[in-house]
Design a protein around this ligand. Structure first.
Ligand code: ADP
Length: 489
């Protein structure tokens, strides 16, 4: 299916308010993962481009209009950007669908939530406050002021490109920082369009810079750059470790959101019909390419087989196809590399003795053969020790894992290096509270999954990362606290 493509070819880097090619003149290609068709080329930024972008971000942080923007003006700017995102919602949704495959219904829904998120940050721009202490020495007055951290870098993944860009840009604009954003090489188009809208909204030159390119080139250069004060990364734990090591050299502030292997726990006393429907959403939304996907489905043993069959039935009803079709529930995986990775985990699980209640292999018939489609897959007979049950697959595969007691399931759910999200389905309110506290995760959802709100912090514990996004906690990541003492005698 061909759609008019709303961007220029090739797309440049956004540095200091100007669209410029990479200094090397090189580009990378973007492809539609549903059809394999070539979409557009974009600049392959490298270390020298990162240098230029960081210099522009530093200049904008220290001089020009931006340091003098009042909270009211930063709020107004964020509100204008929200209006522009809303006015261009269809193009933004289409760009993500074309670029990384997510169904148009899903990307349209995301844009609506993102305008709300921008308006939340607009409000937060007015709520930055310090404290007034009461020193024991009466000759001293003491207070704190909050100041922007400085030049921020953000390196984002491909599973929600517009989402991740707005989540990184919102608190930067609310606090008065500046940003150099490195989108993922598999999905750079909507972040670039956000750059265009930011300029239209009146974001001053250099406040928001975008360097597209490869992780090992532009990304690595940003992580190691001495001109960056803070770096935020969302992606795999392996890359997170590399970024943390690179950031250590210049003692940057760092926040990491690194995915997980989240447990979703079903007790027999739950509303099982709702739990089965939502287990499908928890694991398979965005074709499983969600950091907090509930991929370890623990089910009380007496109901485990029936529950697995119900999940497979709901999964089987999902319509898989090109994300541009309005009826599509599940699109393709983002790339051939991701398809190979997901298929590799699947084959290993089968070799180790697991079985597929549904799904299990790439879809290749007809039009599916041109894209990277993998069906929702429910594994039975899987063991906690299997690689497909221990490691983040980032594809539509969940494992049904029967359990016998509350104590046992808490221990098994926590026996993972990760700790991003966890789901509990039960009709027992005491158990909901007990497990809500006992599970080691940044977010716990009871009788729901992946609930989200701009005011609620989100992030991981253990190998799922550090720092929080959304909410007041997210602003704090972008603010320094300065203590001011005044002798009054
Ligand atoms: P994936 O392997 O699925 O691409 P990653 O976590 O590696 O997931 O990628 C997320 C983001 O991290 C992308 O923007 C990518 O370009 C970037 N990235 C990858 N490797 C590095 C690296 N060594 N340093 C900095 N950024 C990187």
């Amino acid at each position: 299916m061909t759609q008019p493509f709303p961007v220029q070819n090739p797309m440049g880097l956004l540095i200091g308010g100007e669209w410029v090619p990479a200094q090397s003149g090189q580009t990378l290609a973007s492809h539609n993962p549903a059809t394999g068709e070539h979409l557009v080329d974009f600049a392959r930024g490298e270390a020298e481009d990162v240098d230029r972008a960081v210099a522009a971000a530093r200049a904008a942080f220290e001089s020009g209009p931006w340091p003098h923007f009042s909270p009211t003006e930063r709020q107004a700017l964020l509100l204008r950007l929200a209006d522009l995102v809303e006015a261009n919602a269809e193009q933004l949704a289409m760009l993500d669908t074309l670029d990384m495959g997510s169904p148009i219904r899903h990307t349209r829904g995301s844009v609506a939530m993102l305008t709300d998120l921008l308006r939340y940050y607009a409000g937060m721009a007015r709520g930055i406050e310090g404290i007034t202490a009461t020193p024991s020495n009466p000759a001293l007055f003491a207070c704190t002021v909050r100041e922007p951290v400085g030049v921020c870098a953000a390196i984002i993944p491909w599973n929600g490109p517009l989402w991740a860009s707005i989540l990184k840009l919102g608190p930067v604009l609310a606090t008065g920082c500046t940003l150099v954003l490195k989108p993922a090489e598999d999905a750079s188009l909507s972040p670039l369009m956000l750059g265009k809208l930011a300029l239209e909204a009146g974001v001053p030159p250099g406040v928001f810079n975008i360097v597209t390119g490869l992780g090992t080139e532009a990304g690595a250069a940003l992580a190691a750059h001495p001109g960056i004060d803070k770096i935020a990364f969302t992606g795999s734990d392996t890359t997170g470790r590399a970024i943390m090591a690179a950031a250590a050299g210049t003692l940057k502030r760092i926040s990491l959101e690194l995915g997980g292997k989240s447990p979703n726990i079903i007790f027999a006393d739950a509303d099982l019909d709702k739990a089965a429907r939502m287990a499908v959403v928890a694991a398979f939304a965005n074709s499983g390419q969600v950091c907090s996907a509930g991929t370890r489905l623990f089910v009380e043993r007496p109901i485990a087989d029936d529950f697995a069959a119900a999940v497979a039935r709901h999964a089987g009803a999902l319509r898989i196809g090109n994300g541009l079709e309005p009826a599509t529930d599940l699109g393709p995986l983002v790339s051939a590399r991701q398809l190979a990775r997901v298929s590799g985990y699947m084959e290993e699980a089968l070799r180790e003795g697991a079985g597929a209640v549904c799904g299990g292999a790439r879809l290749e018939d007809g039009a599916f053969g041109q894209g990277f489609f993998f069906p929702p897959t429910v594994l039975s007979g899987a063991a906690d020790a299997m690689r497909a049950v221990r490691e983040e697959i980032f594809g539509p595969i969940l494992a049904v894992l029967p359990f016998d007691s509350e104590e046992e399931v808490v221990a098994r759910a926590n026996a993972t290096p990760f700790g991003l999200g966890a789901g509990i389905w039960t009709g027992n309110v005491g158990r909901a509270h007990r497990l809500g506290r006992a599970l080691r995760a940044g977010s716990v959802w009871v009788n729901c999954y992946n609930a989200i709100d701009p005011a609620m912090p989100s992030g991981g514990v253990k190998a799922s990362g550090m720092g929080r996004e959304y909410g007041k906690a997210h602003l704090d990541e972008h603010l320094e606290t300065k203590s001011i003492w005044i002798a009054t005698d």
